[in-house]
Design a protein around this ligand. Structure first.
Ligand SMILES: Cc1ncc(C[n+]2csc(CCOP(=O)(O)OP(=O)(O)O)c2C)c(N)n1
Ligand code: SF4
Ligand SMILES: [Mg+2]
Length: 200
């Protein structure tokens, strides 16, 4: 089990690797080369993911991946810009950035690694934790219902909002390709297994 002290090492069998590989393969199949793309991440277990592959990358603060990505796109509209965020980060601490990016229809692709908990900090409830789940901050059960990211995005007028699953690699890659090709804001909310803390 991870210590929670670093976001460089990950637990054996962590499924975020599959999401990263799906993103990498999606770019490759679309013929978008490393100098044509920028991937921005926030803080979370996969925070360093933006640095694992040969793309221009920025690992930003916990809640700044979307603004950084939007500014990057404004500075150079020729670039394909992606923001990688996590459920606690993107739907909790700085939900506002997400909703306003939907509303403005910023031309970025937004991939959320949704493991339904705050994993880097060792397994607290996040905005998407199911109500029946037991977590470090809910030892009996969660007392509130989980947020629905797709419904939230649609409420804020997003035109592309899709769910995907890291266990269905081929489908995940195709959805990511569609999201990258979509002009305007696109959300892909990826259900991610977290063997250390998500036991539901
Ligand atoms: C501004 C700020 N607040 C809190 C933290 C502490 N922190 C680091 S990771 C994390 C939770 C991450 O959960 P999530 O966004 O779901 O990513 P995961 O680790 O589950 O992939 C928190 C609260 C921080 N780094 N910065
Ligand atoms: S998401 Fe879960 S399994 Fe993956 S590194 Fe974090 S704690 Fe470990
Ligand atoms: Mg999480």
């Amino acid at each position: 089990m991870r210590s929670g002290l670093t976001n460089i090492q990950r637990c054996p069998g962590c499924w975020d690797t599959l999401i990263i590989m799906a993103i990498k393969n999606a770019f490759k199949e679309l013929g978008i080369e490393s100098h044509q793309r920028v991937v921005v991440s926030g803080v979370g277990c996969a925070g360093k993911a933006s640095q694992y592959i040969d793309w221009y990358a920025a690992e930003t603060l916990h809640w700044r991946a979307i603004p950084f990505a939007v500014w990057t796109k404004m500075a150079n509209p020729e670039l394909t810009v992606m923001a990688m965020w996590w459920d606690g980060d993107g739907y909790g601490i700085w939900l506002g950035h997400f909703l306003h990016a939907c509303k403005r229809d910023d031309d970025i692709t937004y991939i959320v690694f949704n493991n339904e908990n705050y994993a880097l900090t060792t397994g607290q409830s996040s905005p998407t934790t199911p109500v029946w789940a037991k977590t470090k901050t809910a030892p009996n059960w969660n007392t509130s219902l989980p947020m629905d990211p797709i419904a939230l995005a649609l409420t804020a007028w997003a035109k592309f909002a899709r769910k995907a699953d890291s266990a269905k690699f081929a489908e995940l890659k195709e959805i990511i390709k569609e999201a990258i090709q979509h002009k305007g804001f696109s959300l892909v909310d990826v259900t991610q297994a977290c063997p250390s803390f998500k036991r539901w």
